[in-house]
Write a protein that binds this ligand. Structure first.
Ligand SMILES: C[S@@+](CC[C@H](N)C(=O)[O-])C[C@H]1O[C@@H](n2cnc3c(N)ncnc32)[C@H](O)[C@@H]1O
Length: 350
């Protein structure tokens, strides 16, 4: 467990009070000293490695997909918005791919939505191919532009804090966090749900033993859907997640590539949860958006030609190591690795 001095780095409210789980996660990730505001999280040296960091082929396939949709359905000025660009690697791969269709970037107003100042610096440094003055950075989505949009992300929606509910013989309990002064550590407790509004909401999950929900994630996605509906556009997102009932909560924390508990290394480690894609799909449908794709990462990448891309890379460049490329491809599409757990959702109003 951490010493109290270290825990205090992230300012948590009065220790004697119970803190709702999502509020605790929000502070651990987004408070001034929280994980996403103060640490460089991504890359082989850091806490986790993401698909664009594993292989350029991931971004190239997404790039071709975006070019196709832009050419077919927009073909005019548009917003190209990346949510949580990390090191900027995915963008770099899309940008290289777009050289086959120069009109694409000539028409693009590029926005990066990035909350982490350190990552923003890395993004600026990594984008030496691009005229940086054309990129706009913000910490939150801005819906003022009336242009159609292409919005995309990888491992962005898993960052949002969740609430956790347990059903014990039709009595609902919610997870809260408490601080034990004597032992100098945080732990979780279950508090009976008394709010009628929440109990009403939970009624439709009465057959489930547990229910995990991220209201902030759903709200963020809903804003995107409404924006797409207003000005047209498409949103393509990759994340780990599920579309079936879950038996266990999915909240997890990682520190230096190792699984931990959320009460360790507060503010220093990644906390994430699996995305409930059913809820996102439902939100998109309620807003009359089309569901263009909802498939595993494996199926998406295979459908849009990652195997052919690998072959082409090998014939174009004899210096490339075939075994290395095979390993990259395997990590991305093998169902025991990222292939199945990661999903791709594409929704549009075009
Ligand atoms: C898990 S990383 C993924 C990075 C990158 N997309 C990749 O695949 O390598 C999440 C990214 O989203 C950013 N981020 C997390 N929460 C955010 C928020 N609420 N608003 C804006 N950016 C956020 C992080 O700083 C980081 O760049």
């Amino acid at each position: 467990m951490l010493s109290k001095r270290k825990i205090n780095k992230v300012k948590l409210p009065n220790n004697k009070k119970n803190l709702r789980l999502d509020k605790f996660i929000d502070l651990a990730l987004y408070e001034r000293n929280g994980y996403y505001l103060s640490k460089k999280p991504i890359g082989r040296k850091f806490d986790f490695v993401t698909s664009p960091e594993i292989s350029q082929m991931f971004g190239e396939i997404i790039g071709v997909y975006l070019l196709y949709h832009w050419k077919e359905k927009i073909n005019s000025k548009f917003n190209l918005i990346e949510l949580g660009p990390g090191n900027g690697t995915l963008f770099k791969d899309i940008e290289r791919t777009a050289k086959i269709l120069p009109n694409f970037f000539e028409n693009a107003d590029v926005h990066f939505i990035e909350i982490n100042k350190e990552l923003r610096k890395i993004q600026e440094k990594n984008l030496h191919y691009f005229k940086q003055s054309k990129i706009r950075w913000s910490t939150a989505l801005d819906f003022r532009s009336e242009l159609p949009s292409i919005i995309y992300s990888n491992e962005f929606f898993d960052c949002f804090p969740v609430r956790q509910f347990l059903n014990d013989n039709n009595h609902w309990f919610e997870k809260y966090v408490k601080f034990n002064e004597k032992e100098n550590k945080y732990y979780s407790i279950n508090k009976r749900v008394v709010s009628n509004k929440i109990l009403d909401y939970l009624r439709k999950y009465k057959r489930q033993k547990i229910y995990e929900v991220s209201y902030s994630r759903n709200k963020y996605f809903e804003q995107i859907c409404k924006y797409l509906k207003k000005n047209r556009g498409i949103c393509i997102l990759f994340d780990y997640g599920y579309n079936k009932k879950i038996k266990n909560f999915t909240l997890q924390s990682i520190y230096n590539h190792k699984k931990t508990t959320i009460f360790e290394n507060i503010g220093q480690q990644d906390i994430s949860s699996h995305v409930n894609f059913n809820e996102l799909i439902e939100i998109a449908k309620q807003n009359k958006l089309q569901i263009n794709e909802f498939v595993s990462q494996k199926d998406f990448l295979l459908k849009y030609g990652i195997v052919e891309r690998k072959k082409k890379l090998l014939t174009q460049n004899s210096n490339l190591n075939k075994n290395l490329l095979d390993e990259e491809l395997d990590r991305l599409i093998n169902v025991d690795r990222m292939g199945n757990l990661f999903k791709c959702l594409v929704v549009s109003y075009l």
